[in-house]
Design a binder for this molecule. Sequence first.
Ligand code: 26Q
Length: 815
Amino acid sequence: MEFNADEFKETLATRLKWQYGKYITQATKHDLFDAVAASVLEHVMGYWMKNRRASEKEIIRRVYYFSAEFLIGRALSNNIINARIDKGVKNVLAEMNLDYAEIEDEEPDAGLGNGGLGRLAACFLDSLSTLNYPARGYGIRYEYGMFEQKIENGYQMEYPDHWLAHRDPWEIKRSDLAVTVRFGGTVTSRPGPGERIIFSQESAERVTATPFDVPIIGYGTNVVNTLRLWQASSPDGFDLQLFNEMQYRHAVDRQVDAENISRVLYPNDSGPSGKALRLKQQYFFASASLQDLVRHYVGFCGEDFSKFADLHVIQLNDTHPVVAIPELMRLLMDEHGVGWDEAWVVVTKTFAYTNHTILAEALEKWPIDIFRGLLPRIYQIVEEINHRFNITLREKLPGDYQKQSRMSIMVNGMINMAWLAIHACFSVNGVAALHTEILKKQELKDWAELYPAKFNNKTNGVTQRRWLLSSNPDLAAFITARVGHGWETDLSKVKGLEHFAEDNAALDELISVKRRNKERLAAYLKATQNEFLDIESIFDVQIKRLHEYKRQLLNMLHIMYLYDQILENPSVVREPRTFIFGAKAASGYRRAKTIIKLINTVADRVNNDRRVRGRLRVVFVENYRVSVAERIFPAADVSEQISTAGKEASGTGNMKFMMNGALTLGTLDGANIEIVEEAGAENAFIFGLKAEEIRLIETQQAYVSQKYIENDSRLFKVLEELIDGSFDPDTQLFRELYDSLVYGIEGQRADPYYVLADFAAYAEAQQKIDAAYANKRSWARKALLNIANSGKFSSDRTIEDYVRDIWKLKHISVE
Ligand code: 26Q
């Protein structure tokens, strides 16, 4: 659709008039953001409506991405770029003397996710629309997203993220599509027609699920798919009786209880919390989404469900939505009279499951009593699935009682959601080659033997539209000037940059692009947290959730060592370095929070020590989130990907760094392996124990952390500094970190993540970086080759892999 500047201006003015009763001159920045967003939405609304009408007229095969998290971030820039109206909108605003950057900055992040898994879901939606595939995301409209992090006295403090305080201009409430979800109560059964037994859930708590639709605009196509997020409310409103009896608090109890289901994202990306509310969230959105699909299907095909699996493929984003499996059984059997066997065929042809973690403690298990109390009918169905599965297990593994019990979906009072998923889904995938291999050979070995054909790999990817075109316009222009357009929707085209690897003019321009991005980041951090950054220094960046396995602590111990070294021998010439961290710790993860305190404590000391000025700085970026990531990736020189080998399923930040010309400093873990394979080992800095080596040490229980301390005086020194008051007079502050590395605490052995074992290799790799950066052109050449070989890591490639192997979708076209 052609962009019409006058129409856009008029829409903008109209929105300000009817929404705020203001002239443009009276509008606040936020009013302006809202009006601009509304005008952008108006521009694409015609397409969105056509997409919706098409899906109402005809039922076609579609993928439904079920995810408890969609980490969208901001939408304005992304939407105007994808709708190809960015130049038009920016020109209009400039004509009106409005500052686009300021307006853009008014939009709160839609932080409806913890990290990688949620952001992956968002990248996938962008690619699906861009590649013209029929798709819909289903999730929860959290009233509060990922908490806002403030650093107070070096400690992480958490504040609610009220991102909807000003309403969201992108969403449309669809009250006409609300459904009811039931919790608790008791299951009763009575004989129905023929052999049938009719089950019903009596005196259950009823919760209304209302969908809010958000448009997902493809880049340069007419396809606008939908992200449908459910909000919970009470169908009963408040209790007038109680209110009249002056029981004001109790009068709203039911309302509050229901609304709590979609109140807040669980800010926890590690061990399952085992909290009933979390299970309620999962069932709430799984049930609502399936009711939505079944209702639509019945409208076309009636009660004949033989075509359901041809028309739906549901991708389960980790175990969080796996309760959808028994819920679809329930809907088919209890609400539509389908028999068990027929329903099971539908279910097992419809669902596919993605695993995002190797950490055993993160696989979700629900205590049976919580599960049964909350979802009594679903519990019966899971029990029956398990019963039938156990019969086939006994047939297939006669006598192997250990394995039968290991694989049982219900055992020791727990329901194992991953086992339920693997048993019921037709596809089970990991998210990077190494990850999938580890699943098949170790973590899920029993299952890969039972169902070998289900297992497959889908290496993650990220959308270059957000992570390059939108966030790094200078680099985008650099690329386009050399390989032309086309890479925006086919990232393999950046390969053409390789021709410029020996072109000094190109390399110098790449250096100045990076420099400008560093200046921009420096200006932002100066403005937001009064932080001074040295543009001449190497920007060495680790931005990701705080986790022991991601080893921010390894990075820190090395920084402490560098600090000592510079103090000891100031004449050692070094490239100046700025270590940048961004990380949120799960609220209940004490050790992760202590590591944040350590980073800030060391930063305080180092940054205020004249003796290392101009050589070493440490910066902790507060409240790391998508919109901040968009400023950091373009400015990075070094990408820290230093997880314990075998622990990081894939990583996706590593891919964003690569696209933006940062060099990877990493272990052979997750997608790092594939990144180095593409970039060339000479263009990355790889160090440390390999997954196989660690595996061997673990099976032999052969790890002796003590020898690393004894044989490395550097290590000995920095470890002592954790507890001798060097950085903080309170010698107990970091005692826990020390003890966990040196002695082992809380039932763990010493150094469970091999920080000490990898320290020397890490320090050596850092030294190589120091030496390599001295030659600016040679460094730029490596950066260029990273960009040129990042094609594989577009989520467009990932989506094509899913479509070909799992989803089997046909392209759609919209007039
Ligand atoms: C589970 C139960 C209860 C509460 C919370 C959770 C929960 C929530 C989020 C568990 C895990 C997560 C998120 C996991 C995650 O982000 N995993 C990352 O997924 C990325 C995309 O595949 C990978 O690149 C990362 O390697 C992986 O860590």
